[in-house]
Design a protein around this ligand. Structure first.
Ligand code: IPD
Length: 265
């Protein structure tokens, strides 16, 4: 039996230390910049160093657990707990010294995320959640936006790195923009989800997210009272992640279905 509060405490300790590494390496000047899936999909020495640091710490503290990280994939035993890590979510922001990036770490037990933390080393902002225990920022309980009208909603989104996918995402945006208050693209999915949990965004959607992008932030949003799902009853995943307060979820969901937002490359 795994205690979510204990797993969260470990995660918080680990991301704070990892965040110090990310911040120090940013202050020293970004190094080791390379590209991954496409020419715009970047990775830096800091992404790799932070992931190594977290994996090594978990290896010592939780030797039986599995770790899935963005840069090095899955490693470890086949234990009950799987940690899901994005060492730097918002790498492009990190590269440009824009303070919207985070170390995101979630603990999953039997396929369900039970604890998550999103820590922004640049601003010190930290969002946490445990399954059934609510979502918090700096001890303050989060409850999402009270918005009920999609036409007045500030909606966050993000774009993938594949040019063909971006063309499709631009088409979706084209169909959505006239039906919402406005759109925001901040560049870090985990932070976007936490902003929706705080009510700094009324809702958020994105196609193409990997588990490390949304595992921790998704729990924060859910525990803040938002509905987090995919389209047409699918779970949140690669096809689509939508996070919205109950009154906004269906109208946003239906508009995204109409625009075939989960389709395309
Ligand atoms: C990216 C960010 C971005 C989102 C992309 C993600 P990364 O993660 O979360 O906001 O739009 O889809 O891939 O590459 O910075 O870890």
């Amino acid at each position: 039996m795994q205690d979510a509060t204990e797993l969260l405490a470990i995660a918080v300790e680990i991301v704070r230390e990892a965040g110090k590494t990310a911040r120090r390496m940013r202050e020293e000047g970004v190094s080791g910049v390379a590209t991954k899936s496409t020419d715009t999909d970047v990775v830096t020495a800091a992404d790799r160093a932070v992931e190594r640091q977290v994996v090594e710490t978990l290896r010592v503290r939780r030797p039986r657990d599995v770790v899935l990280g963005e840069e090095y994939g899955a490693s470890g035993a086949t234990g009950e707990v799987r940690w899901i890590l994005d060492p730097i979510d918002g790498t492009v922001n990190y590269l440009y010294d824009l303070p919207q990036y985070a170390v995101s770490l979630a603990a999953e037990v039997d396929g369900q995320v039970v604890a998550g933390v999103v820590h922004n080393p640049a601003t010190g902002a930290e969002w946490t959640a445990t399954l059934g225990g609510g979502a918090h920022r700096d001890g303050r309980r989060l409850r999402g936006s009270p918005a009920t009208d999609l036409g007045q909603a500030l909606v966050g989104t993000g774009f993938g790195y594949d040019p063909a996918r971006r063309v499709h995402q631009a088409g979706v945006l084209h169909g959505l923009l006239a039906h919402i208050r406005d759109i925001r693209r901040f560049g870090s999915a985990s932070v976007d989800l936490c902003m929706a949990a705080e009510g700094q965004l009324d809702a958020y959607y994105e196609k193409g997210l990997n588990p490390w992008d949304h595992a921790a932030g998704g729990l924060v949003a859910t525990e803040a009272g938002l509905l987090v799902g995919g389209l047409s009853g699918a779970p949140p995943g690669l096809d689509m992640v939508v996070a919205a307060p109950p009154a906004l979820f269906k109208p946003l969901h239906d508009r995204l279905v109409e625009l075939d937002a989960a389709g395309g490359p």
